[in-house]
Write a protein that binds this ligand. Sequence first.
Ligand code: SF4
Length: 248
Amino acid sequence: MALSSGREDIDYFRKRVLHWGRQNFRDFPWRSVKNQWHALVAEIMLQRTKADQVLPVFVRFAAQYREPADFLAAPTPLFSSLGLPIRDDQFLALNRTLVRAGLPAEKADLLKLPGVGDYIASAFVSLHLEKWSALVDANTVRVYGRFFGFETGPETRRKRGFIELAEEITPMRVFRDYNYAIIDFSREICTPRKPQHEACPVRRRCRYLQNVVCGTSERVITPEHLPQTQQTDEARQLAQTYENLTRN
Ligand code: SF4
């Protein structure tokens, strides 16, 4: 897979974030919920909304509704209370589909549901169904971009090279623990504003801290420089550049 040349950094990051995550696990109610529909709804709520904001809304929702048919019988503007009113219609459509066809257990089928994109499907299968999947969203883009030292933008999460990086970092065996760890790490430590560098378990090798905060140089590469699956000569050269830049 791509970026095997950055193996040391990848291993370092994975091991340390995993360790930090196990020590700082937040036991939100949706993390141990048995009702899979509740779990899916929680992941939908959590996309673009902070966990602490979601908490009271989710608790009320889970107490009020047991299954999609209950919600359709007495719907409430669930997402308006989270500041996302546009999602209420989507949520009704989702529940109509679930009543008709049931809740899928495969990522490819989940992606066909109204309002379920790649992040929600990956989070649901990896955190609640014990199926490996890597998380790719604005948070992982920010954290990996900072640590490995590449510039990021709105399109980064769609780039093949970035997706491969996220897949390579996500362990095959303890992926659930890792995915919880990276979610908590991006919320508590490598936050969008005022990242907690002093408390960060990966600060020793973080390119953002070395290059941008400490001012030794500008950021080193752009997303285009991430290696592609089908490598051209140019892409191979860029991969080599990446290797050189990420080597200690
Ligand atoms: S050192 Fe700072 S920028 Fe780097 S990963 Fe940690 S919190 Fe994020």
